[in-house]
Design a protein around this ligand. Structure first.
Ligand SMILES: Cc1ncc(COP(=O)(O)O)c(C=O)c1O
Length: 388
């Protein structure tokens, strides 16, 4: 038989989602794949029950139901100050995963380059391969995850660079880019005429005093910023697969075409039910932050008591644990053994880093107190059980 496509030979299946399967195999508490074990807001699920009876049950307009786009444009204006025309500037997608893929396909020709900060969310690697774009990685250096301005400029000014992907707040390192850092990135984007594709799925999951600054709100950036985002994290509904792109009309038009042929559209009944969430007042987002701050504190206090070394996130809901003391050469082996012997699922850090980093593993804390306490209880023995 003839070989299958070379483009699908160049990447593996998702390490994050593979670790979920390994966790299940060993009955481990799964702190690998980032999804909560608590429910979405009741107002949304109650509305879903109504929608089940009333509909809609057929295709929505391919780029998203009008009431969903209108509510989204208002929310975006409220938080970022950016004016968004709901008729022209929004494409509702199947999660921000599709938003990013459709954006990459709309922005890049094969052979063009994309600048990505490393460590990075693993989808970006596959997105570049599937679009034929070439990634250039710029390190965010542990443990503080700062970048070097000259290193970034050297990457951005390479011939053929079309875009930079900015994951802010960052998965996996929990970095929240400061206004100064974003202004620096914006200045380079304008100087070298590149697009900035943002991944802002954690925009509302921040720990004080850190604040989310929207790249699109910076001077001269609205026209070259393509926002990819979703409802997955903000409303604890990763299974609903509702995401979106916000971009200037000419760019959104291209993305709509790609989206139309990839998926036709996001789920019509789920869009209808989620509108109520998009209209929540400020108190919802304050409570969300309080809840995440509580989970973060519970988890990191527990890790400190066990005597582990780790990064404290400024945003998002991940902790990078330093496993140097255990003496493993391969963090994949460490994570499999952790699931088997300790009963906790984690993601090998090497799957996020371009550089040769294999002393970090990622765990997340978007879980009920009971789940976090049970995981901490299991981790209490880690130093005994994970000795090589
Ligand atoms: C940074 C980042 N972007 C995108 C996604 C995928 O989000 P969605 O469920 O909207 O496809 C995730 C999920 O963990 C993520 O961490």
């Amino acid at each position: 038989m003839k070989p299958l496509s070379t483009r699908t030979e160049q990447f593996t299946d998702s390490v994050i989602r593979r670790m979920t399967r390994i966790s299940d195999q060993y009955g481990a508490i799964n702190l690998s794949q980032g999804f909560p074990d608590f429910e979405p807001p009741k107002e949304i699920t109650d509305r879903l029950a109504q929608v089940a009876g009333e509909g809609p049950h057929q295709y929505a307009i391919t780029w998203g139901a009008a009431n969903f786009r209108e509510a989204l444009a208002e929310k975006q204006k409220h938080f970022s100050g950016v004016d968004v025309n709901p008729a022209t500037d929004i494409v509702v997608t199947c999660g921000s995963t599709e938003a990013m893929m459709a954006t990459m396909m709309s922005v890049c020709n094969p052979g063009e380059k994309v600048v990505i900060f490393s460590p990075f969310y693993e989808n970006y690697g596959a997105d570049t391969i599937l679009t034929g774009a070439i990634p250039i990685y710029v390190p965010l250096k542990p443990p503080t995850f700062e970048f070097d301005a000259d290193e970034l400029e050297n990457a951005v000014k390479q011939p053929g660079v079309k875009a930079l992907i900015l994951c802010n707040p960052s998965n996996p390192c929990g970095k929240v880019f400061t206004r100064e850092e974003l202004l620096l990135i914006a200045a380079l984007a304008k100087k070298y005429d590149i697009y900035v594709i943002t991944d802002e799925v954690y925009e509302h999951i921040l720990y004080k005093p850190h604040e989310h600054v929207y790249m699109a709100s910076l001077p001269g950036m609205r026209e070259r910023t393509i926002i990819c985002n979703s409802l997955s994290k903000t409303y604890s509904m990763t299974g609903w697969r509702l995401g979106y792109v916000i971009a200037p009309e000419e760019i959104a038009e291209r993305i709509k075409k790609v989206h139309d042929f990839l998926t036709v559209g996001a789920s019509a009944p789920l869009m209808e039910a989620a509108v109520v969430g998009l209209k929540f007042g400020d108190s919802y987002y304050e409570e969300l932050q309080n809840h995440y701050t509580h989970m973060r504190n519970l988890f990191i206090d527990g890790l400190k008591n066990i005597g582990l070394t780790f990064t404290e996130p400024q945003g998002a809901y991940y902790v990078l644990l330093d496993i140097s003391e255990f003496g493993f050469e391969d963090d994949n082996v460490f994570c499999e053994k952790l699931a088997e012997k300790v009963g906790v699922g984690a993601v090998p850090g090497s799957s996020f880093f371009r550089e040769n980093v294999n002393h970090l593993i990622r765990v997340h804390f978007a879980k009920k107190d009971d789940t976090l306490l049970a995981a901490l209880d299991r981790l209490a023995d880690i130093k005994v059980k994970m000795k090589v």
